[in-house]
Design a protein around this ligand. Structure first.
Ligand code: APR
Ligand code: PHB
Length: 384
């Protein structure tokens, strides 16, 4: 069989690319190794930048997000016994974030693809890409898909990136000496907006999914195991790290989902080889502190769609040739912001008292200087 764009992976990157190409009259086939049910239930992050919200609305897949998503115009940095709001409405007028689970975005995209007669195949086995230099094709489950271009949207552990010949790609990476223990809980959020808390015991984040579902994260050692964190211990530690300002009490409830996410950063350069283009986690990973992972994937796909539309319209490969360079500017900005938020708000065992003082003084600066707070706000809501 044949299509114009063979897409590996039905995460936000692959599904959105397939839909944006469809809107441009460009055919694609999406190959996903997991089941539909699995990808629609996989709990991940949930903060959408302004640009991501605009892209989903323009693509006609923003109706439920606009109805159920929670627009937020600020976040709180909590440390040293006080909370400090970063007011987006004042610092970056007209730009905000929307809290809406990544799996909800995936559900909306799958529904839109299938409603438009899109070819999305789940539980596909043994996907492999071939002949990337010329006349590329993908094999899977004994079948062959010939295509003009392959989009590697198969995440960090996918097959696309490793299929690039040795020595072509440069890799930049950083491992952090801790992880995030994340939970979903059936309890009303105890705060209107997200709380990023820095404490001597470690970082904590109070996020949410709806008026009845909350999302929390705790900084834990990199080798932490879930079995060592029974519900009571998780709630006790969240209370220790969040009930640090007068009058704030954390409501607790049934924990419905939990997981431990390693904290690492990763960038591959370039994000393309021959007729293969990498997008999203297949090309780059950020620690979740800056809430950039999903938004970077959407930004890559926006650039790739424009480039492919020009290529299929009049054969011009200029934008395709410039794909990596165009994306990597935003990728490295997000890498820096995510590193900055992570070092600002987490406790590092190797830090001596002097380093801890420096961290606190920087937090004092960010929460008292309008210029510094604006830097945080504009990166958080997403650069235009
Ligand atoms: N064959 C087919 N599909 C594959 C293969 C393979 N060999 N390997 C991985 N996949 C699928 C995965 O099952 C997953 O559904 O590719 C998809 C990749 O999706 P994501 O990991 O969600 O990556 P991406 O679409 O780039 O979205 C990035 O996901 O991890 C979060 O924080 C990250 O929010 C960011 C977002
Ligand atoms: C989430 O809601 O899952 C979330 C929010 C902010 C982050 C990371 C994750 O920085």
């Amino acid at each position: 069989m044949r299509t114009q764009v063979g897409i590996i992976g039905a995460g936000p990157a692959g599904l959105l690319l397939s839909h944006l190409l469809h809107l441009r009259g460009i055919s694609s086939v999406v190959l996903e190794k997991r089941s539909r049910e699995y990808v629609e239930r996989r709990v991940r992050a949930g903060v959408l930048e302004q640009g991501t919200v605009d892209t989903l609305v323009e693509a006609g897949v923003g109706e439920r997000m606009s109805r159920e998503g929670l627009p937020h115009h600020g976040i709180e940095l909590r440390y040293g016994g006080a909370g400090h709001r970063i007011p987006f409405e004042k610092l970056v007028p007209g730009r905000a974030i929307t809290v809406y689970g990544q799996q909800e975005v995936v559900k909306d995209l799958i529904a839109a693809r299938l409603a438009a007669g899109g070819d999305v195949r789940f539980e596909v086995e043994d996907v492999a890409v071939h002949s990337l230099e010329s006349e590329p094709y993908v094999t899977f489950g004994g079948e062959r898909l010939d295509c003009d271009v392959i989009a590697g949207c198969d995440g960090f552990h996918g097959v696309s990136r490793p299929s690039v010949p040795e020595g072509v790609l440069s890799v930049f990476e950083r491992e952090y000496p801790f992880a995030w223990l994340g939970i979903l809980a059936r309890v009303a959020p105890s705060s209107e907006e997200l709380i990023y808390a820095r404490t001597e015991r470690g970082f904590a984040l109070h996020s949410m999914r709806s008026p009845t579902v909350s999302r929390f994260y705790l900084q834990v050692p990199a080798d932490a195991r879930l079995e060592d964190w029974p519900d009571e211990r998780i709630w006790a530690e969240l209370k220790e790290r969040l009930e640090t300002v007068p009058g704030f009490e954390l409501a607790t409830g049934e924990i419905t989902e939990r997981g431990i996410t390693p904290m690492r950063a990763f960038v591959t350069e370039p994000m393309q080889y021959g007729h293969l283009y990498l997008a999203g986690d297949a090309a780059h990973i950020v620690p979740p502190t800056g809430a950039k992972g999903l938004n970077l994937a959407v930004a890559d796909v926006r650039v790739l769609t424009e480039a492919l539309a020009a290529y299929f319209r009049d054969g011009s490969a200029e934008l395709l040739d410039g794909y990596s360079e165009a994306c990597l500017k935003r990728v490295w900005r997000a890498q820096h912001f995510s590193w900055w938020m992570t070092t600002l708000l987490h406790t590092f065992e190797e830090d001596d008292p002097y380093a801890r003082r420096l961290q606190l003084s920087y937090l004092d600066y960010v929460t008292s200087s309008e210029a510094a707070a604006t830097t945080l706000a504009e990166n958080y809501v997403g650069l235009p």
